[in-house]
Design a protein around this ligand. Structure first.
Ligand SMILES: C[S@@+](CC[C@H](N)C(=O)[O-])C[C@H]1O[C@@H](n2cnc3c(N)ncnc32)[C@H](O)[C@@H]1O
Length: 303
């Protein structure tokens, strides 16, 4: 017997809409990026190839040296010049702050711009009696929250870390969106979702970018492989009954998972019917050549 044809073909979403961010080169397990006025050389496990522009790497302002095998985020920055604590960046008119963090990243995940556009579009193309309500789980820098707020949605932003929420609030101020209706909530993502279901709340859009492993503020444990399916089921319940303009955006950086696994988790756990699913990989383009740097896998849906 032939197996049924799976209806899953990949889309590659390329974040090619940045002016203040450029991927200059990658290779030998590292990437070289221009982030505003500064240049960074960081570990990149996906960069299995040989770098192209060997001269450019010597001009890095900061280099992150991973400790251990590079699979976790531990390590430290070495600065070749003094950098401010933060500096301003802009994406499509949205202003925010970048900074070097002890976790090797720069407080912006530029590949996500493809989803900020998608969310803003889903919010803006439907006439609604009330503003769209968007829930951003594991929201960290708040850039997705701010992109949706700018598109006139009401936002509930959840992250376990008070420090992360502090960064997101600084971004809110930098964006000039201080008066935007954003609830900043320090809580465990799934605990919060269950509470919202009990309260009978409904959302028009849900964005989630869960880590492989994390902890809620009260020691709740998050393990992607064990907990994702139940969280997706509950997110589908929060999106509720048939209404136009609903959306769900799920991204995952766990390198051992295929987009097919994510697609099947998302479609089997959720009741999201009648709309359009897309699955695949997110990638960053290189500034000077046609290579792509794969970054994360995603599943997204729009009613
Ligand atoms: C991969 S980052 C998300 C980045 C985000 N997409 C952005 O663009 O800024 C994961 C975030 O999840 C948070 N986190 C980890 N475990 C959590 C939990 N159990 N509940 C809520 N947030 C959690 C971390 O504090 C971290 O900010």
């Amino acid at each position: 017997m032939t197996a049924p044809e799976p209806n899953i073909s990949p889309t590659i979403l390329v974040a090619d809409d940045w002016r203040d961010y450029r991927l200059l080169d990658s290779g030998n397990g590292r990437k070289l990026e221009q982030v505003g006025p500064y240049r960074f050389d960081r570990p990149e496990p996906q960069a299995l190839w040989t770098p192209r522009d060997t001269g450019a790497w010597a001009k890095a302002d900061a280099i992150f040296a991973a400790s251990g095998d590079g699979e976790d985020d531990a390590g430290r920055w070495r600065f070749n010049r003094s950098l401010p604590e933060t500096w301003p960046l802009e994406w499509n008119g949205l202003k925010f702050l970048s900074r070097p963090t002890p976790f090797r990243h720069l407080a912006v995940f530029p590949e996500h711009s493809v989803h900020w556009r998608y969310a803003a579009d889903a919010i803006g193309t439907v006439q609604r009696p009330q503003p769209a309500e968007v829930l951003n789980l594991f929201g960290y820098t708040g850039l997705a929250s701010l992109a949706c707020a700018r598109a006139s949605a009401k936002i509930t932003h959840v992250d376990a870390s008070k420090k992360a929420i502090g960064f997101a609030r600084e971004n809110q101020a930098a964006a000039g969106l201080a008066d935007a209706p954003i609830r900043w909530i320090a809580d465990d993502a799934h605990t919060f979702v269950k509470r919202e279901i009990r309260r009978g709340r409904r959302y028009d859009g849900i964005i989630l970018d869960p880590p492989k492993f994390g902890r809620g503020p009260n020691g709740e444990t998050w393990r992607l492989e064990e907990n994702l399916s139940a969280l997706l089921t509950d997110c589908a319940a929060l999106l509720g009954e048939q209404r136009p303009g609903r959306f769900l955006i799920l991204t995952v950086y766990a390198v051992r998972l295929s987009f097919i696994a994510l697609a099947q988790a998302a479609t089997s756990a959720s009741e999201l019917q009648g709309g359009a699913w897309e699955f695949g990989e997110m990638a960053l383009p290189h500034a000077g050549d046609s290579r792509l740097l794969p970054t994360a896998i995603f599943a997204r849906w729009r009613s």
